[in-house]
Design a protein around this ligand. Structure first.
Ligand code: ATP
Ligand code: MG
Length: 352
């Protein structure tokens, strides 16, 4: 069943359009992320779902019912923001339990629920402190705890981890995902961090300039990006694209170099394209395109190697640590089945 539906929603501020014809149907229990660069309309979209912002046109539906005119409270959403002000004069425990108290939940149950949430968020030893006695990251965890403890119908997260240090961010990601697996609350999560989006979401809506450019599972948007923009936005290290032209002989021509096309690509010769390959599908060996090593960056499980070739820059992710030096000539073998080929003009993907 569809839990939340955003139907042809646009939002204008004066004559600036922040969201344009956004359509998104989120299933009951699904975890969907709005992903995109700063200013692409993520927060505006989320705020319209929350009821904090009116849609200029279009409909927001929850549980099949149009909610455009309903207040945030009537929508039964809990929101976690990047900078969520806690009540400064209340302890952590009271901050978390405040809304439960307001609703008349029995105090024994409140205690149990607060303790459970505090344990999940590693706040158990801080329950009697005031917000001023916590670090920024700890305060943010209290804000998350305050939303979690309510067990609302829908969770909306707006970059909740962006003020946390890298380790804590990874930990919180896992916490939120596990919590979602356990409780199954329909959630919309906003981030500009593609890796965060990939690791936490059932589906991702990649936004660009106020539109949803692609909606799909993490695997779909990674392996089959609909556009050049999505291909380069998703993936770390970032995919490098090169400009070429479809040749008559089943290859992409880049100057004197030829990159074999996958069989059955069915692309008309002479067509200008941009193309690239994810770094894990590039191997260095005895055959392939001539290239020169520019940079070698080991990260542990893999080593990122930046290569220069006729088409510009090419990245290879090689397993483990490798013995390569800057300036070394190599041959880069590309697994053609994983080539991503885009129409130069429209930026849309041509390969399947
Ligand atoms: N109240 C407002 N008045 C005018 N313009 C606004 C208003 N709120 C947002 N905008 C503009 O709408 C666009 C989308 O803003 P939004 O906050 O939704 O972006 P975002 O994707 O959340 O970005 P970020 O990652 O930086 O948080 C931006 O260009 C922003 O400047
Ligand atoms: Mg935002």
């Amino acid at each position: 069943m569809t839990a939340i539906e955003i139907r042809n929603v646009s939002k204008t501020f004066g004559n600036y359009t922040a969201c344009r014809d956004v359509n998104l149907a989120i299933a009951e229990g699904e975890f969907v992320t709005l992903l995109g660069a700063s200013g692409c309309g993520k927060t505006t979209t989320l705020n319209m779902v929350a009821g904090l912002e009116d849609a200029s046109s279009g409909d927001i539906l929850m549980g099949g019912r149009r909610v455009n005119e309903l207040s945030p409270v009537e929508r039964d959403v809990a929101m976690v923001f990047q900078n969520y002000a806690l009540y400064p004069h209340m302890t952590v425990a009271r901050n978390i339990s405040f809304t439960l108290k307001m609703r008349g939940v029995p105090s024994s149950e409140i205690k149990e629920r607060v303790e459970k949430v505090a344990a999940a968020l590693e706040l158990s030893t801080m329950l009697e402190r005031l917000p001023a006695q916590l670090s920024g990251g700890q305060q943010q965890r209290v804000a998350i705890g305050r939303a979690l403890v309510r067990e609302p119908r829908y969770f909306l997260f707006d970059e909740p981890f962006s003020n946390l240090d890298a380790n804590l961010r990874l930990k919180m990601r896992a916490e939120v995902k596990e919590l979602h697996q356990r409780l199954g609350v329909t959630s919309i999560f906003v981030t500009h961090d593609q890796e965060e989006a990939m690791s936490i979401s059932d589906r991702i809506a990649v936004m660009n300039g106020g539109r949803i450019e692609q909606l799909g599972t993490p695997e779909e948007i990674y392996a089959r990006p609909a556009t050049r923009y999505v291909a380069t936005f998703i993936g770390s290290p970032r995919i490098e694209l090169a400009a070429g032209e479809i040749g008559a002989d089943g290859a992409i021509k880049v100057g004197a170099a030829a990159i074999p096309l996958p069989t059955g690509a069915g692309l008309a010769p002479g067509r200008p394209v941009d193309f690239g390959i994810r770094p894990e599908y590039v191997a260095l060996g005895d055959s392939g395109i001539p290239a020169t090593v520019r940079l070698v960056q080991p990260v542990g499980p893999t080593t990122h190697v930046t290569l220069d070739w006729e088409g510009g820059t090419l990245l290879a992710s090689l397993p483990g640590f490798v013995r390569l030096n800057s300036g070394m000539p190599v041959k880069a073998a590309i697994d053609s089945r994983h080539l991503l080929i885009f129409d130069r003009q429209s930026g849309e993907r041509l390969s399947h």
